[in-house]
Design a protein around this ligand. Structure first.
Ligand SMILES: [Zn+2]
Length: 290
């Protein structure tokens, strides 16, 4: 087992996951959906088949990039008339837990926001434990540079034997421009509990559109005119850019694989992250799986 300590970047390392894995026992998570404001129940079941998939209204929806149907507010997957939104933090928790196969039964259209990070999902997986199967084929290594861009936003990945992410974000002050590089992503525990964030002035427009009904200072960092509004402040000095890395990791895990490569991402979001995967898989010469 690897430690839960969220305070360290590098000092706790665990062996790389080499084979397919699932959770060792069933567990449940309940919480409020950010946009619907409704309670949602998740039940996690071990799965023999490769991959993470949701079950909603009896429909199986693989948590895969080619099932992504909307990326405007979060990453939403859809199949057979059912959809599940805001899967990205949960997908990042699966990545950090080393889980490759799992079924997630969900009784609502949106994964609960919890504290705005991947922390509670990760804890649930850690407590459930990992069961290893004999099959490999869980890694995807980028074999040549793959890049997508839109205006001044881009995601680029170059060949490397580890996952190394450099993320740059830019918002109005007091956030400004923030850059962070994580060289050992599999053990970057400060990413897991970094929370989602929003600018104070955007909240009214979002609520007017009937969204973010479940949003509060308990599940998002809110940036005011001069400072963070949340009384407890930030969990990390670079919590905001950390969270963008969390979103990217969750989105990259909809590849179905643990991706290896050197990533440079500038002002990216769910849409560009999904386009990146579509570009990656558009040519089998771009990658190797092992
Ligand atoms: Zn997020």
């Amino acid at each position: 087992m690897w430690p839960l300590d969220g305070s360290s970047q590098t000092c706790h390392s665990r062996p790389m996951i080499k084979r397919q894995t699932t959770i060792n026992r069933i567990f449940k998570v309940t919480g409020i959906g950010l946009h619907t404001g409704r309670e949602v129940n998740l039940e996690f079941l071990p799965r023999r088949e490769f991959g993470i998939a949701f079950v909603h209204n009896g429909n199986l929806i693989p948590a895969r990039y080619d099932m992504v149907a909307d990326t405007r507010l979060s990453t939403l997957i859809a199949s057979g008339g059912s959809s599940v939104s805001t899967i990205e933090h949960l997908m990042a928790a699966f990545y950090f837990s080393g889980i490759t196969n799992c079924l997630v039964y969900i009784d609502g259209p949106e994964v609960p926001i919890l504290d705005g990070s991947a922390w509670e999902f990760y804890q649930g997986m850690w407590k459930a434990g990992v069961y290893e199967f004999p099959e490999s084929g869980v890694y995807l290594r980028v074999q040549r540079t793959v890049e997508v861009s839109h205006n001044d936003s881009w995601v680029r990945m170059k060949p490397l034997n580890t996952l190394d992410i450099t993320m740059t974000i830019e918002f109005r002050q007091p956030v400004g421009k923030q850059k962070k590089r994580v060289t050992d992503v599999e053990n970057a525990f400060s990413i897991i509990n970094s929370r989602t964030f929003t600018l104070e002035e955007e909240i009214e427009a979002i609520k007017k559109a009937g969204l973010a009904k479940g949003g509060s200072l308990d599940n998002a960092v809110v940036i005011g005119a001069d400072d963070v509004i949340n009384p407890q402040g930030l969990r990390y000095k670079k919590e905001l850019v950390n969270h963008k890395i969390l979103d990217l990791i969750g989105d990259l895990y909809t590849s179905g694989y643990r991706i290896l490569g050197k990533v440079e991402a500038n002002k990216t979001g769910h849409h560009l992250n999904n386009l990146f995967l579509r570009e990656l898989f558009s040519d089998p010469a771009n990658y190797a799986i092992y």
